[in-house]
Write a protein that binds this ligand. Structure first.
Ligand code: 2AM
Length: 241
């Protein structure tokens, strides 16, 4: 996946001695953001940010239904027995990212939610088929193993581009690579494992986890931990308004 080459700089300055990651902030303080309307929570959020000067690492994604997770879990099990040296994504956390934001200051969170909500409202629910497998980079030793969306419908790409533009308007740097919808199965550690992984992933290119209708975008918080990232939904943004 394309990576933002620069950290987001929106004029956010962490207060000395305060954690720069809102993941360490008690969740009850974030409750209104997750459940309330974005516009309604702006004032309260701004007040909070004056107190904490914190932010959170965020991305916009589509969640997968349980049946798709279950089939992806079985694929991971199958691959796990064939490839060593892969850090496997937690199955239940696998998602389809539309836009990675990086660090979002508290003060910007309501604006991010409003902008993402407006984008979601412009797109109808979309039928997605989770199928096909591949690796990043496309040649040589694999570093990221993924399951694809086949074929990616134009609405999905359009929605990702609209998220990109809406977030760029808020000051987030745009991705410099084309959007490639994928669900990360795992990350490969080491060159030999990368070659072995590519061969194994090619053998399951026919994989199909089924179709579902996406009805919302989700703004996730990502907290990086030694045991792997923890993703928490912060706002649910219905497609089609
Ligand atoms: P990936 O699985 O291909 O790494 C949370 O990290 C989500 O945002 C993941 O789906 C991840 O995609 C995606 N993402 C995109 N750009 C990222 C970046 N620069 N850093 C971390 N995650 C990124």
């Amino acid at each position: 996946m394309a990576r933002a080459s620069q950290p987001v700089n929106l004029g956010f300055v962490a207060k000395p001695g305060t954690p720069a990651n809102m993941g360490k902030m008690p969740m009850r303080r974030l409750g209104h953001i997750a459940s309330g309307s974005a516009a309604g929570s702006l004032h309260r959020c701004t007040r909070l940010s004056h107190r904490y000067h914190t932010g959170m690492r965020c991305f916009i994604a589509i969640e997968l239904p349980q049946a798709v997770h279950d089939r992806i879990g079985r694929l991971q099990e199958q691959l796990r027995s064939r490839i060593r040296g892969v850090g496997w994504s937690r199955t239940e956390q696998i998602h389809l990212t539309l836009k990675f934001l990086g660090e979002v200051p508290d003060t910007h969170l309501p604006r991010v939610i409003d902008a993402a909500s407006a984008v979601a409202g412009r797109f109808a629910p979309m039928d997605l088929t989770v199928a096909g497998t591949g690796c990043f980079p496309p040649h040589g030793a694999a570093r990221v193993l993924w399951v694809g969306v086949a074929p990616p419908p134009p609405e999905l790409t359009g929605c990702a581009e609209a998220c990109e533009q809406a977030m760029a308007a808020l000051g987030f740097p745009p991705e410099n690579r084309p959007y490639h919808p994928h669900l990360t199965l795992g990350r490969v550690k080491g060159f030999d494992a990368g070659r072995q992984a590519r061969a194994a992933i090619e053998q399951v290119a026919h994989f199909n986890a089924g179709a579902f209708t996406a009805t919302e975008l989700v703004l996730f918080q990502s907290v990086l931990q030694r045991t792997g990232p923890i993703y928490t939904p912060m706002a649910r943004l219905p497609l089609g308004g």
